[in-house]
Design a protein around this ligand. Structure first.
Ligand SMILES: Cc1cc2nc3c(=O)[nH]c(=O)nc-3n(C[C@H](O)[C@H](O)[C@H](O)COP(=O)(O)OP(=O)(O)OC[C@H]3O[C@@H](n4cnc5c(N)ncnc54)[C@H](O)[C@@H]3O)c2cc1C
Length: 286
């Protein structure tokens, strides 16, 4: 059952930041698909809830120079409707397509997904591999950091008390780059990912200058880049022997938690290699 709480719905950034600064235990409400579940369950009981859906600054998808800027209130269905996402970052579309169901996607925001900081969240590995930055705002000013630094652990971020995630910015990829996102879940229907991978290939047709980026979700407390695999694959002709080395290397140092309800550590470690190989096959064949 929901405990009573004070509800505010400001339309102004300054007023929002003042409200967030006043109370220690204030919760920001975006789509509410995580927050309200936790409040109903009683795992959090904020006395004050600030609904940010009226904030213009947190909305919209637009280019700012060479970076696509996505308001934190962008929903997963907004992503699916975005021509820019389809054209430049198809892995975000792959991720949005498998996220929840239509009704959840209509409410659930990218910002909420990022701040909720679940290791297997749909936006996790895609934003890590795209080297996204987060723009945070508080009464003491604005700051920006890489998404990799923002996530600090399961459900933990660098968001300071009173701060708001305003936008997520993604640098434009070089012309001709390709990207995809693949995940495994326990059932075909609505289920969180047991494991996921996001792959970007820059210069897919020119092996000598080709760069391959790989990020993994649900195998560590936060989404992670597979840097050693990236080094192994850089500028190489993709052969079956290289792919076999890649599958071994990708498992090195991975220690998925043993308490996951969705998959065993062994399955996750094996599957990130399989999914990465599948992604490379799709991307390199075009
Ligand atoms: C039925 C169902 C299916 C789901 N399926 C999936 C799935 O397939 N994949 C997946 O990844 N997730 C899934 N989820 C989880 C959830 O929908 C997502 O994590 C969603 O993106 C959260 O966004 P929201 O806008 O609803 O966040 P909210 O619930 O509003 O907020 C989540 C957290 O982030 C904070 N917050 C939100 N926005 C901001 C901001 N701008 N600045 C600072 N703090 C903020 C809130 O205070 C809260 O702590 C599912 C949830 C449900 C209920």
């Amino acid at each position: 059952m929901l405990r009573p709480f004070d509800y505010f719905h400001p339309n102004d950034m300054a007023e929002t930041l003042t409200l967030l600064d006043q109370e220690d235990e204030t919760s920001v409400l975006a789509g509410g698909t995580d927050l309200l579940v936790k409040m109903r369950r009683g795992s959090i009981r904020p006395p004050v809830v600030v609904d940010i859906k009226g904030l213009e600054e947190c909305q919209g998808i637009r280019w700012e120079g060479d970076r696509l800027s996505l308001g934190s209130l962008t929903t997963f269905n907004d992503l699916l409707r975005s021509q820019e996402a389809h054209k430049h970052f198809p892995l975000l579309i792959d991720a949005a397509r498998v996220m929840g169901c239509y009704e959840v996607r209509e409410r659930a925001t990218l910002g909420g997904n990022v701040v909720n900081a679940s290791p297997g969240a749909e936006s996790g590995s895609p934003l890590a591999v795209l080297e996204a930055q987060v723009v945070l705002k508080g009464r003491r000013g604005e700051r920006q950091m890489s998404i990799g630094h923002f996530w600090q652990g399961v459900g933990k971020t660098d968001l300071a008390p009173g701060e708001l995630l305003v936008r997520i910015v993604i640098p434009r990829l070089p012309e001709g780059s390709r990207s995809t996102y693949l995940r495994r879940s326990r059932v075909q229907g609505m289920d969180l990912a047991s494991v996921n991978v996001a792959v970007v290939v820059i210069n897919p047709r020119l092996p000598e200058s080709r760069e391959i980026r790989v990020a993994l979700g649900a195998v560590a407390p936060t989404p992670i880049r597979a840097r050693e695999v990236e080094t192994l694959l850089r500028g190489q002709e993709i052969t079956s022997s290289l792919l076999s080395q890649m599958r071994d290397k990708i498992q090195e140092g991975l220690a998925p938690r043993t308490t996951s309800l969705r998959a065993t550590p062994g399955y996750k470690k094996e599957m990130v290699g399989v999914l990465t190989e599948m992604a490379l096959e799709v991307l390199l064949k075009g």
